[in-house]
Design a binder for this molecule. Structure first.
Ligand code: NAP
Length: 232
């Protein structure tokens, strides 16, 4: 893939992995549509990444996804990459009863269903453009769950499966390529509660691996420790 001069929508681009990817793609001369919910973080990001555009939206909400897709179709018909990065995980315990059902619903909604919906809305545009890409951010947790985040892994495993099937479904055409970025534990606000600060790799390392894989058309991108799971 050509990794310069694209127009790229990145969900959750104001922090962590999404921000690291946004910075590197911006430095290469891509225009970034920066998504997130918090207006202050969005302003900070577009002030830093000159020429980028803020798209404030909560992508867990169906009506917000419809609004953003319409806006992109109208104002950015040349957008050719979407990076589905925004996600959430709850630390909780299955031992204590609790509210696993409600938490799992939220995880599956943002980490899986919202991505299927958003992709469906924008796929016709991506197919009409050249050098298009869809990047879905899964996780090392897609291979094996952990008791501290007991319902998150299944949402990422579902996304992993969908991403492979989407790639197969689009194999006969050449305009859209489908990538899966599979990070290990990464040091971001997301992973604070599960030891990311002590044991996580940097988001910049994850972004570097993604850019390299995109340029080489390597569709599955296991990073760091994830490579061991991926090869086994
Ligand atoms: N960190 C890790 O160890 C790790 C490992 C494997 C995979 N991942 C995956 O990597 C992705 C990014 O995680 P991260 O660690 O970079 O997290 P992060 O630093 O907490 O950043 C999350 C980003 O997503 C945005 N966001 C959250 N909910 C959103 C929503 N409903 N709609 C739109 N934007 C939303 C946040 O901004 P606002 O809060 O302002 O909306 C922020 O920009 C996630 O899918 C996560 O599952 C993370």
């Amino acid at each position: 893939m050509r990794i310069e001069k694209n127009k790229v929508f990145i969900s959750g681009a104001t922090s962590g992995i999404g921000l690291a990817i946004a910075r590197k793609l911006h430095a290469l001369g891509n225009q970034i549509l920066v998504n997130g919910r918090d207006a202050n973080k969005l302003n900070e990001t577009i002030n830093e990444l000159k020429g980028s555009i803020a798209i404030q939206a909560d992508l867990s909400l169906e009506e917000e996804r419809l609004r953003v897709a319409k806006l992109i179709q109208k104002e950015h018909p040349d957008l050719n990459w979407i990076i589905n990065n925004a996600g959430l995980a709850y630390t909780h315990s299955l031992q204590s009863g609790g509210n696993a059902f409600e938490l799992a619903k939220n995880e599956i909604n943002l980490n899986y269903l919202s991505i299927i919906h958003f992709t469906e809305l924008l796929l016709p545009q991506l197919l009409a453009n050249q050098n298009s890409a869809i990047v879905n951010v899964t996780s090392i947790a897609a291979f094996r769950g952990h008791a501290s985040i007991p319902t998150y892994s299944a949402s990422k495993a579902a996304l992993q499966n969908y991403t492979s099937v989407l790639r197969d479904s689009l194999a006969a055409q050449e305009n859209v390529r489908v990538f899966e970025l599979i990070p290990p534990l990464v040091n971001t606000p997301f992973s604070k509660e599960i030891g990311g600060e002590q044991h996580g790799i940097s988001p910049e390392e994850v972004a570097d691996e993604l850019l390299s894989a995109l340029s080489l058309n390597q569709y599955q991108v296991p990073v760091g420790l994830t490579k061991q799971f991926f090869q086994s």
